[in-house]
Design a protein around this ligand. Structure first.
Ligand code: SAH
Ligand code: SF4
Ligand code: F3S
Length: 462
């Protein structure tokens, strides 16, 4: 009999990808995914450790799951509770100690061993596996399923060697590792064969990618630019994106790929964190604000319609008002289509957490509000400038209203269209009619009676 599996995903896109692969690893054991924890035979929390609030949520959710398990009908069998992801990696033992209801704990690098861990948990053994194993988890995971959504994630690089002083990722995800080019292309072919039209390449430092090259030459390595060129030739792949990139690792080959490869979408998430050189140095970002400006200039010279996004941290230890204003200024100068901003959150085990110059909470809150106000205004202006434009939109899901479909513009804007037939998985030219803070609405340009082909290259450069 099929068993029910519920996975709750926190954190970044890499966790979204990992959750999908966990479900695939558990499918041979008879687990089918469900949409809610009630009635599930196994619940996995795939957790994030990046900021304090993110990890607190895990313990409160575990409380709710214990209640659910206790309410389970007699005879319904046990409900297994698993904790995965970066909190599991960082605080595995602590979770087992504080939360007796948890049956299994495993990290981002060990979920290919899930069948084994589940077998142990089913025998009543509490299982903890937070190794950084030598084997390649991707080799051990089952092949991707036959059907894929229109937009799919593909992890090509894991871990991080940068050690920014505020960040837990190097500790939770381990050292940098790039998957070989052929493995990535095989997975892309499987995804595209299953219906994926857009592939987003993932890595904590995705543009540090340097995978073993194709053609059996173990010595030849390929960077991200070269990988994207190959990916663009995979049948069915219409759109390529990548995230998250580091300004230090934007090389000439990648910039040229933005210029030459039409499938690579004109939108880039390029986090800067701060606009003040002293703070950037303290953060160990290893670039200045001007270095960042120059990288953006070169990218925009290669791809003039490139829209940008960023992450910002306000209230890093020792940040002065003037330094915060430098961040505001940099943001305004660059002009972002969207961006994420956070109050600095001291994380255990990271160097900045020990600094004696912590910024007071109300100061952080006030700076965040000012920055977000500026970023929101930029985002609204960017969306408003889309009104009247015609752009190719790839439809990826149904909206809440009947007949409504939601897709993405080349610039990652969410576009809502209503009453135009079944649009799922299609890329159609859409004329943007209205803009809202977080989305656009539009109408198909051509009659849908005829099959409209993706405008591809021509459409994007119009
Ligand atoms: N690898 C990416 C970032 C991954 S974490 C990069 O180098 O850009 C995603 C974002 O979370 C970061 O860009 C940063 O803005 C934010 N972040 C990470 N650690 C944080 C902390 N301790 N406090 C507040 N924000 C943090
Ligand atoms: Fe964290 Fe810095 Fe690595 Fe990004 S580059 S994951 S912010 S340590
Ligand atoms: Fe969070 Fe881990 Fe991603 S800490 S942001 S889930 S790499």
């Amino acid at each position: 009999m099929a068993k029910k599996l519920f996975i709750k995903t926190y954190g970044c896109q890499m966790n979204v990808y990992d959750s999908a692969r966990m479900a695939e690893a558990l499918a041979p054991l008879g687990y089918d995914m469900v949409d809610e924890p009630a009635g599930a035979d196994m619940v996995i929390l795939n957790t994030c450790h990046i900021r304090e609030k993110a990890s607190e949520k895990v313990f409160s959710e575990l409380g709710r799951l214990r209640d659910l398990r206790d309410e389970r009908a007699p005879g319904a069998g046990p409900m297994l509770i698993g904790v995965a992801g970066c909190v599991a990696q960082a605080e595995g033992e602590e979770i087992l100690r504080r939360a007796p209801q948890v049956d299994l704990v495993f990290g981002p690098q060990t979920y290919h061993r899930l069948p084994e861990l589940v077998a142990r948990a089913a025998r009543g053994e509490r299982a903890l596996d937070t190794d950084f194993p030598a084997e390649d988890k991707f080799d051990a995971l089952p092949a991707r399923p036959r059907k894929s959504p229109a937009t799919a994630f593909l992890t090509i690089q894991e871990g991080c060697d940068k050690f920014c002083t505020f960040c837990v990722v190097p500790y939770t995800r381990g050292a940098e590792f790039s998957r070989p080019v052929e493995n990535v292309l095989d997975e892309a072919r499987a995804l595209a064969g299953g219906g994926a039209r857009e592939i987003t390449l993932l890595g904590q430092n995705v543009n540090a990618y340097h995978g073993r090259g194709a053609g059996g030459d173990a010595a030849a390595e390929e960077g991200l630019g070269g990988l994207i060129r190959r990916l663009a030739c995979v049948e069915g792949v219409e759109r390529i994106r990548y995230t998250t990139s580091h300004p230090r690792d934007v090389d000439e080959a990648l910039i040229a790929t933005h210029r030459d490869v039409a499938e690579l979408m004109p939108f880039l998430h390029l986090p800067v964190q701060s606009g003040a050189d002293r703070i950037l140095a303290a953060m160990n970002r290893r670039h200045t604000a001007d270095d960042y400006r120059r990288v953006v200039d070169r990218l925009r010279a290669a791809r003039p319609d490139l829209a940008l996004s960023s992450d910002f941290i306000v209230g890093y230890p020792g940040e002065t008002e003037a330094e915060f204003e430098a961040t505001l200024r940099l943001a305004e100068e660059i002009g972002y289509a969207q961006a994420y901003s956070f109050k600095y959150s001291p994380r255990p085990g990271t160097p900045a957490a020990n600094s004696s110059e912590q910024v007071a909470e109300p100061v952080k809150a006030e700076r965040l509000a000012r920055l977000q106000d500026s970023l929101n205004r930029m985002q609204s202006a960017f969306n408003e400038a889309s009104i009247g434009q015609e752009m190719p939109v790839l439809f990826e899901r149904r909206g809440r209203r009947p007949g409504q479909f939601i897709g993405r513009s080349p610039f990652m804007q969410s576009v809502h269209v209503e009453g135009a037939g079944d649009l799922l998985g299609q890329t159609l030219p859409i004329r943007i009619a209205a803009s809202h803070p977080n989305s656009l609405t539009g109408e198909p340009v051509a009659a849908l009676a005829a099959t409209v082909r993706s405008p591809g290259r021509a459409g994007l450069q119009a």
